[in-house]
Design a protein around this ligand. Structure first.
Ligand code: ZN
Length: 185
């Protein structure tokens, strides 16, 4: 990576800082992008939740297979749809539950099929800032899309994005109700 002619002095310090990550990617088990791509393909093989697209969770149902989180949301939507008029907060609860359903389904578009998507430097810049906001409640002081674009192969960018997406996905799943409660349609 450091021999990359596009990796000029302005980005050299950061390139050195992330060298351990590159070494991990180029370790004995993962010496080239094709092996990393194979790993990614494996991670996205097999059944996924029909709503959030998560491949890593136990699935329930026959026709529509859902993870436990999405299954709970589906039950919530049904519950409040049936009781919306019987409870003074029924209409609000139904709106929140429907927002949660939409948020779960949106995650499939954001994080699904990462093994085949064109992940560019801007995608990674946004994902790192999102994780930083979750962890330290602010954006990273240095986060350059060009470095990701120039110093990482497509398979490495996909893998990095996948790792970050797991953190974001779990965080959003845990905070979905509160986010939906304060959101508006
Ligand atoms: Zn799900």
């Amino acid at each position: 990576m450091l021999n990359n002619p596009r990796c000029r002095s302005g980005t050299l310090i950061l390139c050195r800082a992330i060298c351990p990550i590159i070494n991990y990617f180029r370790g004995n088990q993962m010496c080239d992008s094709s092996e990393l791509q194979e790993l990614l393909d494996q991670l996205f093989t097999g059944p996924a939740c029909s709503w959030c697209g998560d491949h890593g969770r136990k699935l329930y149902g026959k026709k529509v297979m859902l993870c436990s989180s999405c299954r709970n949301i589906k039950a919530l939507v049904r519950k409040w749809a049936e009781n919306a008029n019987a409870n003074p907060f029924g209409a609000d609860e139904l709106a929140i539950a429907k927002r949660m359903e939409k948020m779960a389904k949106d995650e499939s578009a954001r994080f699904g099929h990462l093994n085949k998507r064109q992940i560019d430097g801007v995608d990674l810049e946004h994902a790192f800032n999102e994780v930083a906001r979750i962890a330290i409640h602010q954006e990273l002081p240095y986060n350059d899309a060009n470095v990701f674009e120039q110093c990482f192969t497509l398979a490495q960018r996909r893998f990095l994005f996948y790792l970050l997406s797991r953190i974001i996905h779990i965080y959003e799943r845990r905070h979905r109700k509160i986010t939906a409660a304060y959101a508006s349609d």
